[in-house]
Ligand binder design. Structure first.
Ligand code: DWN
Ligand code: SAH
Ligand code: ZN
Length: 409
């Protein structure tokens, strides 16, 4: 049963525990085989605030354990995501960045997937990201990066050096930052009076509706909804003025935030808030159904993989995602069930997955020879990967997916 545990990081309200995944490793800590046994674990549990409705984790992993030079995620691995961020950048260039000498700051710029387009347009920009590995990739493309954590102090230093930002952009990052109050004070210090703070992140409504339980892992400290983001920003002198659905990562939202009273609030914001309330997203009861669904996915997936292996079928994983840490460790999937995972990220290859210790190999190994089944951990890139690996199905191979339920394609 759900129980009250601790207090909200944002407003101090009472948190009700909704989901408990037990002990989990740091999700992006892919390790060299010789380092097995030397891993960091934490307790992955999620609660909802009775006051501001923000869904958040109950235990915080120290930021240095998650991010740093070795952070292996490279946003540019997906052609779909490259196109998405080119379009996002282009739209900002034509609107908010159309004035004289505009300046944009990105929080969590990774390998420059978004700022590359801005930089090529000759617009003043600065990416801020503490992970030196992906930052070096961005710098090689000519994107300006400050290798640091964005927070109030670094934001003030950027303002002093470069002046106010017309746009502060952040995708799939501020939800990763437990100290989000410092982020918003930093935005307040850096943003121009009529500037906008644009945030993209996976949407809580989709996570609950489509059983995306693997979107819950250490980095996803907060799970945003329109209502909770509106409440959050209002505490720091801002207003949520626009909310738009975006077709990435299984279902996401773009939030546009301005200083309070500066811009008109769109009807879409009010409509989403009403819809979320009707769904019960702001109430712990909605998570009881989600919790039951997660348990049945675990049973169905492990049963399927075990049966297939007993029949002598070969199975490999595809996409060593951060999400796969929750799937493999919560379900108890190890290399006996899935002997290896194919992934196109060079820095992940030759390593093993955190906790479950499944080796990661280059995608070239997928076809040599094809397995009978492939477990698609990167389900959010299903169209792109299935198109790329079309010969797998043409030659009789089958994909296994586990969201919104376990099924075979
Ligand atoms: O929020 C986050 C998102 C933006 O990225 C971060 N917390 C970390 C990360 O999450 P993820 O690791 O679950 O992201 P992806 O984009 O689902 O990861 C896809 C993985 O699959 C990558 O390791 C690359 C790989 N891949 C591949 O092998 N072949 C991806 C594509 C598109 C491919 O064709
Ligand atoms: N924006 C990219 C990357 C998301 S991964 C995309 O959507 O694909 C999250 C990124 O946030 C990582 O590159 C990580 O290093 C960065 N990050 C984590 N904490 C941060 C902080 N306090 N300030 C800036 N970036 C941060
Ligand atoms: Zn709260």
């Amino acid at each position: 049963m759900a129980q009250a545990t601790s207090s909200c990081r944002i407003c101090g309200g009472v948190l009700t525990e909704c989901l408990d995944f037990g002990t989990q490793p740091v999700s992006n800590a892919f390790l060299r085989p010789e380092h097995i046994g030397n891993e960091k674990y934490f307790h992955l549990a999620v609660g909802i605030c009775g006051t501001c409705a923000m869904v958040q984790q109950l235990e915080e992993v120290p930021r240095e354990d998650m991010f740093g030079f070795d952070y292996p995620y490279r946003s540019c691995m997906s052609a779909w995501m490259r196109k998405h961020f080119q379009q996002t950048a282009q739209a900002l260039i034509e609107t908010e960045l159309a004035g004289a000498d505009p300046f944009i700051v990105e929080i969590g710029s990774n390998d420059g997937i978004m700022l590359d387009t801005v930089s090529q347009a000759g617009i003043r920009h600065l990416g801020v990201d503490p992970s030196g590995g992906p930052a070096a990739v961005a710098q090689d493309k000519g994107v300006g990066i400050l290798v640091d954590y964005f927070e109030e102090s670094s934001a003030r230093a950027i303002r002093a050096k470069h002046g106010p930002a017309d746009v502060i952009f952040s995708a799939n990052t501020i939800s990763h930052i437990a100290y989000i109050d410092s982020i918003l004070r930093g935005v307040d210090a850096l943003l121009a009076d009529n500037g906008v703070f644009v945030v993209e992140d996976r949407y809580l409504g989709d996570v609950v509706e489509h059983n995306y339980f693997d979107q819950i892992y250490d980095e996803h400290f907060y799970l945003f909804a329109v209502h909770s983001v509106g409440e959050l920003v209002s505490r720091f002198g801002f207003e949520l003025i626009e909310a738009e659905r975006i077709p990435v990562h299984g279902g996401a939202m773009r939030y546009t935030i301005a200083r309070s009273g500066r811009r008109k609030v769109s009807q879409a914001v009010r409509d989403f808030v009403a819809k979320e309330s009707a769904m019960g997203l702001d109430h712990p009861a909605v998570y009881e159904h989600f919790r039951a669904e997660i348990k049945s996915i675990r049973v169905a997936l492990v049963d399927l993989l075990t049966d297939l292996r007993a029949q002598g079928k070969s199975i490999v994983g595809y996409g060593a995602t951060s999400k796969s840490a929750t799937v493999t460790n919560y379900c108890g999937i190890d290399r006996d069930l899935v002997p290896y995972i194919c992934d196109s990220t060079p820095v992940k290859q030759g390593r093993v997955t955190p906790g479950s210790h499944i080796p990661i190999v280059p995608p070239e190994q997928f076809s040599g020879p094809y397995p009978d089944y492939a477990l698609l951990f990167a389900w959010n890139h299903a169209d792109e990967i299935m198109a790329k690996e079309r010969r797998f199905r043409e030659t009789g191979g089958k994909w296994i997916l586990y969201v919104p339920n376990v099924h075979i394609i």
